[in-house]
Design a protein around this ligand. Structure first.
Ligand code: PMP
Length: 454
């Protein structure tokens, strides 16, 4: 009997928790306290800052969010892929708390400190490529993209920057120009930065092209429309995030990297959403066997504290002159301490394996859902970065209303889900690596109910 129990018991989680890892809905959603806070939000916060689910958080731990009314939500968004190793993960909290009382701000470009160096060394060790690398730390993903473009332009002496259709790179002026979807990200906010070109990528579900065919199409536009001699950088999300978790066809990314290398174009992998253990490798580039010239990290790098990084070949990174890179808060000591703890936890707790466990447990559940519900056009993703694309059955016509309905239903059940996609018809799953197989089954059952009710 004991043996049987041991055999069927779930494997031990590498995490310890301060909040029970369970959904618990005790009020209507949103609850009364959240509704009151939301009135204050509407009065005090700019409308442009929208709210997907107006439940106001009190605290969070592991894979669970707790709101001010005492409701507990199973979090399948992780703050859009930020708390990858779990909310308030013990080692991250401890490291940040300790650092807070020692040195909160140093201004690295005036008086430096070691933790910045350590983060740069860890990034050099864990980003793809076995060559000398250097790093600059900044505060946000968009800033990382901006810095990569500055560095690539300085290194190449060229003006143009290319991005792929369906990409998302941020909300600053340059990154708005580099982001595909106008509504809501850029419309009305122009004029935009010049010399940015959006070119077709690889979206197997919609274009039906092989990797080689899609790469030929991309390269033709780069050569004919942009001109290789003028192109400083090609900036690519190895798995597109906001665009809808498109996994490019086999051989697509490596063909682009080869073309960039042959043409002196800096290949920048924007791994802001796909990096830092999310896909079961430190960086998604590894799944495609590519070695980018520059890799961008943010989101999951510091367990929730604001930190981002540009890491690349030393000779490219060093093209920028002294004083040309930096910023007041870039590489803040508390954020660096948290990042060091994140790297340490990934190593010591074997968290790359947790992302692979999530794929192994979740993927078959999603495939079974797709077999049952013809509105699911495709299941895709790698590791703990999975998605389903919803279409009108038998077509590829986007069905965004279905996504909204599932998200609304799930919220009432205490499950937080996120949408994605240029057409708003993708449900993306970015759980923290602390979710259990039982959580994955629970979430699938809720989505199944929501789909049945469509
Ligand atoms: N690039 C990618 C791939 C992203 O997913 C994001 C954020 N969603 C960004 C850039 C921008 O990051 P941030 O919001 O930190 O500026």
């Amino acid at each position: 009997m004991t043996d049987m129990l041991a055999e069927t018991a779930a494997p031990a989680s590498p995490f310890t928790f301060t909040v029970a890892q369970e959904r618990r809905i005790v009020t209507e959603i949103p609850g009364p306290k959240s509704r009151e806070l939301h009135q204050r939000k509407l009065a005090a916060v700019a409308n442009g800052v929208s709210t997907a689910l107006p439940v106001y958080l009190s605290h969070a731990n592991g894979a669970i969010l707790v709101d001010v009314d005492g409701n507990q939500f199973l979090d399948f968004g992780a703050g859009i892929g930020v708390t990858t190793i779990g909310h308030t993960e013990a080692a991250v909290v401890e490291a940040a708390e300790k650092q807070l009382g020692l040195l909160t701000h140093g201004m690295f470009t005036i008086t430096p400190y070691e933790s910045y160096l350590r983060v740069a060394e860890l990034l050099a060790a864990h980003t793809p490529g076995d060559f000398a690398k250097k790093t600059v730390l900044i505060n946000s993903g968009a800033e990382a993209v901006e810095n990569a473009v500055k560095i690539a332009r300085k290194h190449t002496g060229r003006r143009a920057v290319a991005v792929l259709d369906h990409s998302y790179h941020g909300r600053t002026n340059l990154t708005m120009a580099m982001t595909y979807k106008a509504n809501p990200y850029s419309f009305g906010f122009g004029p935009f930065a010049p010399d940015v070109y959006s070119v077709p990528g690889s979206y197997p579900f919609r274009d039906g092209l092989t990797g080689a065919e899609a790469a030929t199409r991309t390269i033709e536009v780069l050569e004919k429309h942009v001109g290789a001699a003028d192109l400083a950088a090609l900036v690519v999300e190895p798995i597109q995030g906001e665009g809808g978790f498109m996994v490019p066809a086999d051989g697509y990314l490596s063909a682009l990297v080869d073309w960039c290398t042959a043409n002196g174009v800096v290949f920048v992998a924007d791994e802001i959403q796909s990096g830092m253990a999310r896909t079961g490798a430190y960086y998604a580039s590894e799944h495609f066997g590519i070695v980018p010239d520059i890799v961008l990290s943010a989101k999951g790098i510091a367990g929730g504290l604001p930190l981002a990084a540009v890491t690349g070949r030393a000779e490219i990174m060093d093209a920028a002159h002294a004083g040309g890179l930096g910023g007041t808060f870039g590489g803040n000591p508390v954020a660096c301490a948290a990042a060091i703890a994140v790297f340490d936890e990934i190593e010591t707790k074997g968290l790359l394996g947790e992302a692979r466990r999530i794929e192994a447990a979740f993927r078959p559940l999603l495939e079974a859902l797709a077999a049952k519900h013809p509105v699911i056009g495709e299941v895709r993703g790698i590791g703990a970065m999975q998605a389903i694309e919803l279409v009108h059955p038998g077509t590829t016509t986007p069905y965004p209303e279905a996504v909204s309905a599932i998200i609304a239903y799930a919220a009432q059940q205490g499950l937080l889900l996120l949408s994605a996609g240029t057409f708003g018809n993708v449900l993306r799953f970015l759980p923290s690596l602390a979710v259990t197989d039982a959580h994955l089954a629970e979430a699938t059952a809720i989505i199944d109910e929501a789909l049945a009710a469509l």
